[in-house]
Design a binder for this molecule. Structure first.
Ligand SMILES: Cc1ncc(COP(=O)(O)O)c(C=O)c1O
Length: 437
């Protein structure tokens, strides 16, 4: 099946008992055992089935199959949010100690996870100077457990050269883990370029309606954990928390997801509610169509801002002047996501006036909604970062981030136009008012 069809059909045909064609919401905590022996066999992983919804749930299973197939992976685990997916993923690969080498252009909470939270758990975050594969290679050492990047950075909008970065990671014997939230598998399938694990915030473009938090981890099934047994004892030595199971032996290509589920989901929670899984499935049904409109509207907004004398700069990867233009052609068919950033003339103060005057476009910290959204990253999503780290992450003080929705383009442009006008008038007025006392 093609991606448009997978998004609608994968993982579910019709309910075997009722013949319902919508995915049922299995709002249950637990599942009955046929007998004591059946319960024991389920816990021994000798038979397939459900035990308790902290481990797995039939509604979430459909979502897991659908996201895995959209990405072209072998298995997936859904969790309560994108951040939970990233925490589980990075801990799963490095919880015996070591470091994760990352590009600097990351979503703020992920930057905090690597800088402040994981180090307290014995996992160091190491940031390369840039997203260039050579800069990443320089940070890798014998304690590195994975290389990490966002395929398209939020908010920087940089496009990572997945193929080249995967080569660097594999040459060092470590997997490439990517966050594919902004691109979605509709624009880019990282496994096709050598990534090993994909993490998602389903809250964004995948769910698409800004109603439901959720995350997913997808296993490409490609990384040879057994070949690197010394670096990755967690997949190759008996797990005392699961009566001596050896994940790489028992689960083969699905070892990463199986351990994520058995060690992290089972013991630490962060479970996706069945109702949320249902809502995310509803959203995903239209992801391919929505992305098409997001991309088209994003380009029109980028062109409008580029051509407007009130605007100082626009960062949009699919413009020939962008440093990411060639990568947009290689990975995104010459397109860019509808996430873009810009600064208006008059700097921070003019930007503040512009932001306050937006009408249709909502002021908030989310991306990937059907609605157009705007945010000032330096004072919100990336506020906790040091100014120099903000710059490396692609966050300039005056920068406004737009996530362009799927409304009629003229309504979006009219709102931007009137807010730009207001910013020009108010900032022009300011010195005069001051001079008048
Ligand atoms: C690229 C990226 N990854 C992960 C997350 C975290 O997702 P969630 O809000 O679902 O925890 C976000 C949130 O903005 C994001 O932009």
């Amino acid at each position: 099946m093609r991606r448009e069809t997978i998004a609608i059909h994968s993982g579910f045909d019709a309910d075997p008992t009722t013949k319902a064609v919508a995915v049922p919401i299995y709002q249950t905590a637990a599942y009955a055992f046929d007998s004591a022996e059946h319960g024991a066999a389920l816990f021994d992983l000798q038979v397939e089935g459900y035990r308790y919804s902290r481990i797995s749930n039939p509604t979430s299973t459909v979502l897991e199959k659908r996201v895995a197939e959209l990405e072209g992976g072998v298995a997936a685990l859904t969790v309560a949010s994108g951040q939970a997916a990233l925490h589980f993923t990075l801990a799963n690969v490095a919880d015996h100690g070591g470091n994760i080498v990352s590009v600097p252009q990351l979503y703020g909470a992920t930057h905090a996870l690597l800088t402040h939270i994981l180090p307290r758990q014995g996992i160091q975050g190491r940031f390369a100077e840039s997203d260039h594969p050579d800069a990443i290679a320089r940070q890798i050492d014998e304690n590195t457990k994975a290389v990490f990047c966002e395929c398209i950075g939020n908010p920087a909008g940089n496009i990572c050269d997945i193929e080249a970065i995967a080569k660097v990671a594999h040459a060092a014997g470590v997997p490439l883990i990517v966050d594919n939230t902004v691109a979605t598998p509709i624009l880019l399938r990282p496994f096709e370029y050598g990534a090993d694990i994909v993490a998602h915030s389903l809250t964004k473009f995948m769910g698409g309606h800004g109603t439901t938090l959720g995350g997913a981890i997808v296993d490409g099934g490609t990384f040879p954990w057994a070949k690197h047994a010394e670096r990755f004892p967690m997949f190759n030595q008996p797990d005392a928390s699961y009566h001596g199971l050896v994940y790489a032996e028992h689960f083969g290509r699905e070892a990463f997801i199986a351990r994520c589920r058995s060690v992290y989901q089972r013991n630490m929670g962060s479970v996706l509610a069945p109702m949320s899984a249902f809502l995310l499935l509803q959203g995903i049904e239209t992801v391919a169509l929505r992305i098409e409109r997001h991309v088209e509207n994003g380009r029109k907004v980028a062109e409008f801002l580029r051509d407007d004398p009130r605007v100082d700069w626009v960062s949009y990867a699919a413009f020939p002047g962008s440093p990411y233009y060639d990568l947009s052609r290689k990975y995104l068919n010459g397109q860019a996501s509808s996430l873009l950033t810009f600064g208006i003339k008059g700097g921070l103060e003019a930007g503040r006036q512009f932001y306050n005057r937006l009408g249709l476009i909502k002021r908030l910290v989310n991306i990937g909604d059907a609605k157009s959204l705007a945010c000032h990253p330096a004072s919100t999503t990336h506020r906790q970062m040091a100014p120099e780290d903000q710059l490396k992450a692609g966050v300039r003080p005056e920068m406004i981030r737009l996530s362009i929705g799927i409304e009629h383009i003229e309504d979006i442009l009219e709102d931007l136009d009137q807010a730009l006008d207001a910013a020009v008038i108010e900032t022009a007025d300011r010195p005069r008012l001051a001079a008048n006392g």
